[in-house]
Design a protein around this ligand. Structure first.
Ligand SMILES: NC(=O)c1ccc[n+]([C@@H]2O[C@H](COP(=O)([O-])OP(=O)(O)OC[C@H]3O[C@@H](n4cnc5c(N)ncnc54)[C@H](O)[C@@H]3O)[C@@H](O)[C@H]2O)c1
Length: 252
């Protein structure tokens, strides 16, 4: 079988919360077929009953190769193919350099970096024999700013793993490009999700001030750009990082 007939089958990781949860809702509203993967239970709030036929939810720990392979196989089994992967699953760490130890660093690396590799490897192995596809990984503005640790910005472990994801996505873009598979990344600025829920008001105000638009992002604003990167309108974009941060890449 080639790509799914309508080219609208997505595997979305991190789908239980935040940007991933917003993505599955946007996709379903647009008629896409979606396999939603997460370690947490995936809630169905805001999803119309008639859209449920186009949704499969699965439990998947992206740091485990068997889970990633199963996620791809489950998607293909449910919907007859796999066209795009939106990989949002990730964990945060605000520990400062003095608090951070090797165990915390390794935990972040396993989920954020190795997880990004394993889901891309599993999808790539399917897509290369089935007409290509598109994959989007997720960086973070903190990989540019350096973060600072503490409440309100990623610490060294988070920042380093997000930088590694960007190097990884370029390597995978080169590896998979000859097979017709595009690999891109979105790099969100601070966005209102569970990940930022315990930021203090002061931290959120400071982050908002650093953007040109003067506000924090919404999850659907990040998800929409990732979805665009999978569309045919982005057919000549690969190995790119798209900042989605309200103009937070420059200035103070
Ligand atoms: N929210 C922000 O301000 C922000 C900024 C920059 C980058 N990001 C990135 O965006 C992505 C989505 O984050 P979010 O803000 O929606 O956070 P979130 O915490 O709301 O959602 C992350 C999801 O990933 C899932 N997850 C964690 N570990 C997993 C694993 N091993 N396997 C499968 N699923 C796992 C969680 O269960 C959760 O549902 C992350 O990669 C994050 O680093 C977020």
């Amino acid at each position: 079988m080639a790509k799914s007939e309508k080219k609208n089958v997505f595997l979305v990781t991190g789908a239980a919360s935040g940007i991933g949860a917003a993505a599955i809702r946007l996709l379903l509203a647009d008629g896409a077929r979606v396999c939603a993967a997460d370690m947490q239970r995936i809630g169905l709030d805001g999803i119309a009953p008639k859209q449920l036929d186009n949704l499969k939810t699965i439990r998947c720990d992206v740091s485990k190769e068997t889970d990633c392979k199963r996620a791809v196989a489950d998607t293909v089994k449910a919907f007859g193919g796999l066209d795009s992967v939106l990989h949002f699953a990730g964990i945060h760490s605000v520990q400062s350099w003095e608090e951070l130890d090797a165990d915390e660093f390794a935990k972040l690396y396993a989920v954020n970096v190795i997880g990004s590799f394993l889901i891309t490897k599993a999808a790539g192995q399917y897509m290369k024999d089935h007409g290509g596809g598109a994959i989007v990984m997720t960086g973070s503005g903190s990989m540019n700013s350096g973060g600072t640790g503490g409440n309100g910005r990623g610490g060294p472990a988070y920042t380093a793993t997000k930088g590694a994801i960007i190097a990884l996505h370029r390597s995978m873009a080169r590896s998979l490009g000859p097979h017709g598979i595009r690999v891109n990344a979105v790099s969100p600025g601070s966005t209102t999700t569970a990940m930022t829920a315990d930021y203090s008001e002061e931290a959120l105000t400071n982050v908002a001030r650093r953007t040109a638009l003067g506000r924090i992002g919404r999850a659907d604003e990040i998800a929409a750009v990732a979805i665009f990167l999978c569309s045919d309108k982005a057919s000549y974009i690969s190995g790119e990082i798209v900042n989605v941060n309200g103009g937070g890449s420059f200035g103070i």
